[in-house]
Design a binder for this molecule. Structure first.
Ligand code: C2E
Ligand code: MG
Ligand code: MG
Length: 511
């Protein structure tokens, strides 16, 4: 029977018969279709879920375990350790100054460094570690080792990461900080990772490039720091920060050439807190920009007040590395100086040697701006870093401050040779030399003999309030004719040396 005949037959058959039949056929077809679609959906869902599971357990950039996956591994490893089947140590590794890689070479280079770091850590052999990337530039290694073996492993990690990284056709060296926490001595299962991280951060605070074991004192430190940080967030608005000033004295005439502004925090419960404690905290938690701007504003305001009273000394402010990285630092200083009517050459920016010689794109740009503006730049704590003559020559600095450790150590022949060499080098480059931390007359005499231009230290004056320093200068600076030391301007001899002059080692000495 052909199709036309069949249709004709169907039409003639009672619809009450064929309509349910057709409905049944459609339902069966629908069911088949639904099963196929839902099977496909299920398969896709399963694939997505397993992809997700990989992502949850493995970091896509390095292929290493994620923090969540490490936690599971840690559960199993601590159980094995509890059963006496193995020893267990956690190494927490942080790359030092990783941010400068992103700043200087871009994020792609940064990613490549992280991937390479992952490969180097995973390749460590004895005993083979479980490696995870636990945060941006932080890694954790789980090793079946006791404390003694863990020290060796930490040294191996440092050595592996100290090998140069290749980027932009150049090689760059990085250091790392490693924190060690041994289970169960250094922490229970839930605290182990946090304790190893604390140990790593304590190494970082000390300059990095080393390893250290967890110390319970760090946890106390941490609690105190959290409290201090809370208070520091409000210290500025509550008017608890204050600037003290310490004079710099001309080594021969003993006249005051400048006053260095030094931050103090008058804490309502803890009393006076040193900047050595709260400045690093402010740097770590992004508070230094606001505090630094306040310092610059206050110091310029004070300089203007002193000028209006005829006390015409240069004012120095300390600039931290974080401030130097901010693009608006120099324009902000310029605008503040202009508002207070202070010439840029009368403000000294003290930048510590270790920061000054960081040869990164950002520091180069900041120094170039400082030079163009005509600000007086001083390299603070000189001698503590590893600068070569070539690095110092590049910097648009007019002043070198010899670190007070050398001054304190002048009894030793070695320290004397170092100071002598620094003085000679600085003078050859047309820079003035300031010795800080001068406490005794013997030190003063030696430093003058060695040719230091300016001296600063408790022998002359401790840091004091702006009012106190003005009174002190009135008394102390008076010469035989009753003239105050401040009245004589000593500024002309300390104009900043222009960069092009510094390119040539045989520049005349500017005195
Ligand atoms: P610095 O800039 O090298 O300041 C010199 C430090 O040595 C000051 O400590 C000063 O009080 C101390 N000092 C001065 N003369 C003597 C002496 O004869 N003997 C001894 N033993 N010490 C002396 P202070 O005020 O505690 O400041 C410590 C550091 O904190 C400063 O070192 C500076 O790096 C930082 N700092 C202070 N104020 C600021 C600020 O406004 N911003 C930033 N970023 N850092 C600051
Ligand atoms: Mg200083
Ligand atoms: Mg210093």
């Amino acid at each position: 029977m052909d199709l036309a005949a069949a249709s004709a037959l169907l039409v003639r058959i009672d619809p009450l018969f064929w309509l349910p039949m057709a409905g049944f056929a459609v339902a069966v077809l629908g069911l088949l279709l639904y099963r196929r679609v839902s099977q496909r959906l299920k398969a896709r869902l399963a694939a997505a879920q397993s992809q997700l599971a990989v992502l949850r357990t493995h970091d896509p950039l390095t292929g290493l375990l994620t923090r969540q996956a490490l936690e599971l591994e840690l559960d199993a490893a601590t159980r094995a350790c509890d059963d006496g089947r193995q020893s267990l140590t956690l190494l927490y590794v942080g790359l030092d100054n990783f941010r400068s890689i992103n700043d200087d070479h871009g994020h792609r280079a940064g990613d490549a460094v992280l991937a390479e770091t992952g490969r180097r850590l995973a390749a460590l052999a004895s005993p083979p570690p479980v490696v995870a990337r636990v945060a941006g530039d932080e890694f954790a290694l789980l090793i079946a080792a006791d404390r003694e073996r863990a020290w060796i492993a930490a040294a191996e990690v440092l050595a592996a990461l100290a090998r140069p990284y290749r980027m932009d056709e150049r090689e760059r060296e990085l250091t790392a900080s490693v924190g060690i926490a041994v289970y169960p001595d250094d922490g229970s299962r839930p605290r182990l990772l946090a304790h190893a991280a604390l140990a790593m951060r304590s190494v970082k605070r000390g300059g990095g490039g080393a390893h250290a074991c967890y110390d319970p004192a760090l946890a106390v430190d941490r609690r105190e720091q959290t409290e201090l940080l809370q208070d520091l967030r409000h210290a500025l608005e509550r008017g608890e920060l204050q600037l003290y000033y310490q004079p710099k004295i001309d080594a021969r005439s003993l006249q005051v050439t400048a006053a260095e502004a030094l931050l103090r925090w008058q804490h309502p419960r803890r009393g006076m807190i040193s900047p050595l404690i709260f400045v690093p905290l402010a740097e770590q938690h992004g508070l230094i920009a606001g505090i630094g701007r306040w310092v610059i504003e206050q110091a310029c305001h004070q300089a203007a007040l002193w000028r209006s009273r005829g006390l015409r000394m240069r004012v120095a402010v300390n600039i931290s590395s974080h401030q130097l990285r901010q693009d608006d630092l120099v324009p902000f200083i310029e605008a503040t100086l202009a508002r207070h009517g202070i010439p840029p050459s009368r403000l000294t920016c003290e930048i510590t040697e270790t920061v000054a010689v960081e040869d990164t794109e950002v520091t180069r740009r900041a120094f170039e701006r400082l030079r163009r503006t005509g600000l007086h730049v001083s390299i603070d704590d000189f001698g503590t870093g590893q600068s070569s003559l070539a690095t110092v020559r590049r910097l648009p600095a007019a002043e070198l401050k010899i670190d007070r450790a050398f001054v304190a150590d002048l009894a030793s022949a070695k320290a004397r040779t170092i100071v002598q060499t620094i003085v000679k080098m600085a003078h050859d480059l047309g820079m003035r030399v300031v010795a800080e931390g001068v406490e005794t007359e013997a030190q003063r005499d030696l430093l003058v003999e060695m040719g230091c231009d300016e001296l600063q230290g408790f022998l002359f004056a401790r840091p004091m309030t702006a009012t106190a320093i003005a009174l002190w200068a009135d008394d102390d600076g008076a010469d035989d004719d009753g003239h105050r030391g401040f009245r004589e301007s000593l500024f002309a001899p300390t104009l900043p040396a222009p960069l092009d002059l510094l390119q040539d080692a045989a520049v005349p000495i500017i005195r």
